[in-house]
Write a protein that binds this ligand. Structure first.
Ligand code: PRP
Ligand code: URA
Length: 210
């Protein structure tokens, strides 16, 4: 498993505003989308391309296009949905599948309540989106699910991670073809399973408390 922490002043700047408890929902949503676009640049470094011949106004040349089968983007509902538009902007030809997961706030165990994915993921490059990697339970379950469907190449893009959760994902997916791209790794998890300093509950800050 490879882990890449994006280190860029624009990302740190936007993350700081995102973390601020005073930042209202509309601005929080815009920032998640902007951060996603910046992280997608790193996250798609390994996207498969194939050569294509074109003719410019001046001369024929060879370029590349995104290869078939097209990549699959998988936002984890709810909070991952806030990252989808930022990703689709960079990969407009990708397909989108959905996984709905919720963490039990007492046991911190994830449950899957919705799934809409192609049956066969063999040969598909998958990009999982979830802003928060806390205990790592949700991300591990999501990636294992994709592997069970035949995926062999998974990149997860998260805005924040806790070191404990990152270690747990690394241990669970050891030896697998997984890349994790992160905006930052924070200090720790608190006793309620929240990332410290973190940004609070990402789903609630994006969509309100339900
Ligand atoms: C949040 C977050 C991750 C998960 C991370 O979702 O978006 O999916 O918690 O926690 P973990 O690493 O300990 O599993 P949540 O379950 O709160 O659902 P939501 O997106 O609907 O708010
Ligand atoms: N989920 C969140 O939204 N925030 C955290 O800090 C941990 C899990």
């Amino acid at each position: 498993m490879r882990v890449h922490v994006a280190d860029h002043p624009l990302i740190t700047h936007k993350l700081t505003v995102l973390r601020d408890a005073k930042t209202p929902s509309p601005q929080f949503r815009s920032l998640v989308e902007e951060l996603m676009t910046l992280l997608a640049y790193e996250g798609t470094r390994g996207v498969r391309v194939e050569p294509i011949d074109i003719v410019t106004p001046v001369a024929p040349t060879t370029g590349v296009r995104i290869a078939d089968p097209k990549p699959l983007i998988v936002p984890i509902l709810r909070a991952g949905l806030g990252m989808l538009e930022g990703m689709v902007k960079l990969l407009p030809t990708a397909e989108v599948g959905f996984l709905g997961m919720a963490r039990n706030e007492e046991t911190l165990e994830p449950t899957t309540y919705a799934e809409r994915l192609p049956e066969d993921l063999s040969d598909r490059q998958c990009f999982v989106l979830d802003p928060m990697l806390a205990t790592g339970g949700s991300l591990t379950a999501a990636i294992q699910y994709l592997f069970e469907r035949g995926a062999t190449d998974v990149t997860a893009i998260c805005i924040l991670a806790a070191p404990e959760g990152l270690a747990a994902v690394e241990q669970a997916l050891h030896g697998r073809e997984v890349t994790i791209v992160l905006g930052a790794v924070d200090e720790r998890l608190n006793e309620l399973g929240y990332i410290v300093p973190g940004l609070g509950d990402a789903g609630d800050r994006l969509y309100g408390t339900v």
